[in-house]
Ligand binder design. Structure first.
Ligand code: ADP
Ligand code: MG
Length: 263
């Protein structure tokens, strides 16, 4: 069998005790494989280790045991073939929209005219033409996340790692951002690993939704989403959608209820 594009093998993470805080086992041995061009979402109760897993794939944190391979090569730190977008706004406030998007290119020594061309392309792509010289503080939350997405895409990553990127946005903006992301995914067929706690968002976007248990997290369900692309918002009211949602809600509720019972 062909080796998976992204392979997470037996990854665990224990945060060591610190002062009076005991050690935390955040992740139990976790396996997950993604094909190239696949869109997979991770759902799970708050604190179950979703961000920890994504940060390990990003190379921003290190697994206690196990490994992550991309193209067969072991990940040992951040790399530009992996583009991240986080929930909280991470734009550099002292740089304009365009400068934020050019930042990674400039760091790599890409010639300025090419930086400008690439930035212009992705600014248009996320619908922000005309805002090149704006400062992040002049933008709405949704616009800031568009810039963050454009900044990640400008580096031409092979995989996008998105950690609740729309989590702080209002409902309508969030839905528009989901459509934008889907459009970009279908145009480029980037591999996407997407963390969310929004079940509708996970179904709407993904080819596969993985559900994690409560902490220490492990994968308890791996559910294919057999809805054809392109998808538009109306699919969220289709019967097939509701059935998938019921399955996922049930799987997550079990975990949340078990946590509540323990205290
Ligand atoms: P999620 O993203 O699913 O909400 P996280 O991956 O952020 O969960 O956290 C999983 C668990 O690991 C939580 O109990 C959290 O408190 C703990 N944790 C996360 N990062 C650290 C850290 N740097 N040091 C200690 N504990 C941490
Ligand atoms: Mg998180």
């Amino acid at each position: 069998m062909e080796a998976p594009f992204l392979a997470i093998h037996g990854v665990t993470r224990t945060f060591p005790a610190q002062g009076r805080r005991p050690a935390t086992l955040a992740l139990r041995p976790t396996d997950l494989a993604l094909r190239q061009g696949e869109f997979v979402s991770i759902l799970g109760p708050s604190g179950c280790g979703k961000s920890t897993l994504l940060r390990i794939v990003a190379g921003l944190d290190t697994a206690t045991a196990g490994e992550v391979r991309l193209h067969g090569g072991k990940i040992s730190g951040p790399g530009r073939e992996r583009g991240m977008v986080f929930q909280s706004y991470t734009l550099f406030p002292w740089l304009t929209v365009e400068q934020n998007i050019r930042f990674g290119l400039a760091e790599r020594g890409v010639p300025p005219p090419e930086q400008q061309a690439v930035a212009a392309k992705f600014i248009a792509r996320v619908g922000l033409s005309g805002f090149e010289r704006h400062w992040p503080r002049q933008l709405s939350g949704g616009m800031q996340q568009r810039v963050a997405l454009a900044r990640a895409l400008a580096n031409d990553p092979e995989i996008l790692l998105l950690d609740e990127p729309f989590g702080a946005l209002d409902h309508q903006t969030r839905e528009l951002m989901q459509e934008l992301l889907l459009e970009i995914f279908l145009a480029d067929r980037k591999t996407v690993l997407f963390v969310t706690h929004d079940i509708d968002e996970a179904i709407f976007l993904s080819e596969r939704v993985v559900v994690m248990t409560r902490r220490p997290g492990a994968i308890k369900l791996d559910l294919p989403i057999p809805l054809p692309y392109p998808r538009d918002w109306q699919i969220k009211t289709a019967p097939g959608f509701a059935a998938l949602k019921a399955t996922l809600m049930g799987a997550i509720r079990e975990e949340v209820l078990a946590t509540a019972a323990v205290g």
